[in-house]
Structure formats: structure tokens, C-alpha cells
Design a protein around this ligand. Structure first.
Ligand code: SF4
Length: 289
């Protein structure tokens, strides 16, 4: 029986990122979401884990900086000011430069021993600026005709009494009252990347927030690399499946609290980019050599 701080249950919520970590490596999940509530974990390790949580992975950096730049664009827009393409690029480039200078302390791969590579940051710059230009020139003009509602705002709600938190890239409303839930995708257009679970939970939030049927919420994935837009139309039956998945996973989160119940899944690429590799006994860091 794990001696857990009661705050674990107070703060327990289903989130899409928790779902992803849970299915990628259970030990990483334990470090990220449970260990700091376990009263038997010594305080020295807990302090280390808190610091490691701030690391990010090369896998996610480019996407997260592009998301940040678009969020900045939307924040300015909500105050009546439209950023130019150059300003959008500058926002991205300044953040990339900040990460390039501090890579050993901020990016998991370099923190875990990978030698610095200038080519990586060159690629993030090239791809990031291309994606922001795609956003501003191709995707934003039709989107700007919808009414802006909110962006990147953490929202809490419940799905059948299960607490859930979402943070949606952009929510808009058309003049005829339809709700649009928009998610920027910075990876490829492959099917695996198109998560019905993520966008379905977003639609359930929109249905709760605006008092509409979830099947009427327009859920759009905007692929910033190719300029492609994919609209997902989920049925009532699919929403039922999403509700069941969220409820079942939440029960698993409640049960799987011991370190042993969350075994490691080492793999060279995964461990090299893992925030917790320096405290994980099973870490496979052969990728750093
Ligand atoms: S280092 Fe590897 S095995 Fe350990 S938690 Fe991270 S991903 Fe899992």
C-alpha cells in the first residue's frame, strides 16, 4: 500500500499529456505524476524530480515554440494589435536562441549526455519560420473571419464526474453560432498523429462550456507543415467511447500509484529524450554515445 499525500487525489485530473506519458513509459509517468506525492520517496530525490520536470525534449521543442509564437500572435490580436510576419519570426528566433545557449540545462537529450549539434537548431529555425509563415499567409486569413473566443486557456470540467483539464490552441465562433475547436499540428500529416481522443475531449469541453451537442462542434486540425486542414466529425457513439476511455484511464491513474506498478520501458531514443533518465535505474542512454 503506497503512503500517498492526499493532495494526489485532490489534484488528479485526466489530461491528454498524462494519457500520452502513461502509454509511453509507465516509469516516466510515475516520476512525472506520482513520485512527488509518495511519502516514502526521500526528499532529496523529490527535489531532483521537481527540477527535472522543467526539462523539455528535442522532440517537442520546435512544436512548442511554434505554438508559443502563435499564442503570442493571438494574445496581441485579442488586444487589437496584429503582429507582422517578421515579428512572429523574431519571437520564435529569440526563444530558439535562448534554448541554444542553455541547451545543456534545458533540453533532456543534452542534459543526458548527447553532444551539442548546431544542425538541430538550424533545422528548428528553418522549419519553425516556415510553419509560422504558413500559419500567417495561408491559415490565418480564413480563420480571421471567425469570431475569436479564446486560446491556450487552461479549462477544468468534468466528463461523467471525472475531472479533466484541457488547454485548447484556439476556440472560435462563426457568425451562425457554430463552435470551432482548433488544434495546430506541427508534425507530419500521418494518421497516427490525428488523435480522436484529444480532439474529442476538446469537443466535449466545448459542448459543456457553450451548452451545445458535441456532434455540432467543429473540430479542425491545422497541419502547419503542409498547410492541410483536417476536420474531424465524431459521432455520438465515438463520444461515448471517448467518455469510457477517459473514465477507465482515470481509474487506472488512481490505482497505479506504486513505483512497481509503473515499470520502465527503456529504449535508446525514448530514454535519451526522457526528463528522468538521470534518476531512472533502467535508463538506456546508449543513444548519447
Ligand atoms: S529513462 Fe527510459 S525507462 Fe526510464 S523513465 Fe525514462 S523513458 Fe522510462
Amino acid at each position: 500500500m503506497v503512503d500517498l499525500d492526499p493532495k494526489f487525489l485532490d489534484y488528479l485530473r485526466w489530461t491528454f499529456s498524462r494519457h500520452l506519458t502513461f502509454h509511453e513509459c509507465r516509469r516516466a509517468y510515475w516520476f512525472d505524476y506520482v513520485a512527488t506525492y509518495d511519502r516514502e520517496v526521500d526528499s532529496h530525490l523529490k527535489n531532483k524530480i521537481w527540477k527535472l520536470k522543467d526539462l523539455t525534449s528535442k522532440r517537442f521543442l520546435a512544436g512548442s515554440l511554434v505554438h508559443n509564437a502563435i499564442a503570442e500572435f493571438l494574445s496581441n490580436l485579442s488586444k487589437g494589435r496584429e503582429m507582422t510576419e517578421n515579428e512572429l519570426h523574431d519571437h520564435l528566433l529569440q526563444n530558439i536562441e535562448r534554448y541554444r545557449r542553455t541547451a545543456r540545462d534545458t533540453l533532456a537529450e543534452y542534459f543526458n549526455g548527447l553532444a551539442s549539434e548546431q544542425t538541430y537548431f538550424d533545422r528548428v529555425r528553418t522549419e519553425g519560420t516556415e510553419q509560422l509563415s504558413m500559419f500567417l499567409r495561408v491559415m490565418w486569413p480564413p480563420l480571421s473571419r471567425l469570431g475569436y473566443t479564446q486560446h491556450e486557456k487552461p479549462e477544468r470540467f468534468e466528463i461523467d464526474d471525472i475531472p479533466v483539464t484541457v488547454k485548447i490552441d484556439l476556440v472560435s465562433k462563426s457568425p451562425d453560432g457554430r463552435i470551432f475547436v482548433i488544434d495546430w499540428k506541427t508534425g507530419g500529416d500521418d494518421e497516427r498523429y490525428q488523435s480522436d481522443l484529444q480532439i474529442g475531449v476538446y469537443a466535449l469541453w466545448a459542448a459543456w462550456k457553450f451548452g451545445v451537442d458535441p456532434t455540432t462542434v467543429v473540430t479542425d486540425l491545422y497541419y502547419l507543415r503542409s498547410g492541410k486542414t483536417v476536420s474531424k466529425h465524431l459521432t455520438s457513439r465515438e463520444f461515448d467511447g471517448i467518455r469510457q476511455t477517459v473514465a477507465a484511464e482515470y481509474q487506472e491513474f488512481k490505482k497505479a500509484t506504486s513505483k512497481d506498478a509503473n515499470p520502465p520501458s527503456p529504449a535508446p531514443d525514448r530514454c535519451l529524450g526522457c526528463k528522468f533518465a538521470t534518476v531512472c535505474e533502467a535508463a538506456d542512454l546508449t543513444g548519447a554515445r
